[in-house]
Design a binder for this molecule. Sequence first.
Ligand SMILES: [Fe+2]
Length: 274
Amino acid sequence: MALIESFTDERETQLSREFLDQGYVVVDVDDKARLDAFRREIVKIACAHIGCGPPEDDGVFLNAIHEKVAVEDVNALRLHVFQQLNNNAWARPTFLSLARSAVDAVVGNELAMQNKVNLSIQMPNDPTSVLPVHADPWSAETPFEVVQWMPIVDVYDTKAMFILPPEANRTVRGKMSNLPNGGRDFDLFEEFKDDFRWIAVPYGKVLVFSPLLLHGNIMNVTPETRWSFNCRLTGLFTPYTSEEKCLGRFYTPITPKVLSRVGMNYKEPEGFDG
Ligand SMILES: [Fe+2]
């Protein structure tokens, strides 16, 4: 039928439902060849730091990076790749473009984006790369944001991150509010161990999740190194909750529509009182 009764298309409705039920969606990247090109650039930057030639297989090289770099040197490698990546004008546009259709469906099409794309490298059995259970608004981030989280190797089991589904997350406040320091020192992982969901993300897919939900990772005990990138996105016209993490400082407007520019620049004539 040519007439329609919904303002959203089928995919957006489906993604919205999944996001609400699970707190996240995992979708195919919008352009696999572009993901391969992005990964190739990362490998080139890493090789320049390590002093090795280009590998035959980028995935194999990244998964086995712990055979080339000692665990105590992983942070220097991570910082080098992070800085070199973010020096490129293509870094954020390319990164976002890989999840753009899902971000548009979940967040909107007028977006503000965190200023840098972050990188995490988690080698097998490295206790220093553990990110304890937390929710991002605890560090003053806006509740209106999502995190685009994209690995460039397959992630699974303890190589993945975990998230607490919305249903279990609704009980957290109650459990924490009576504890000292708002429950921040409480062993949340132990408390919700059976409820956390590990999010497997094969190479070629991208995760978009709500960081309002408790999330984190434990030590990677798989035999492979995890490489994942993340960046926060929010609607351009949403409120911000802190001076530190606000528009212009932590986020930049990236896709304002022309009419928003027109509206923002409108000035009423002097003496005009409607
Ligand atoms: Fe987080």
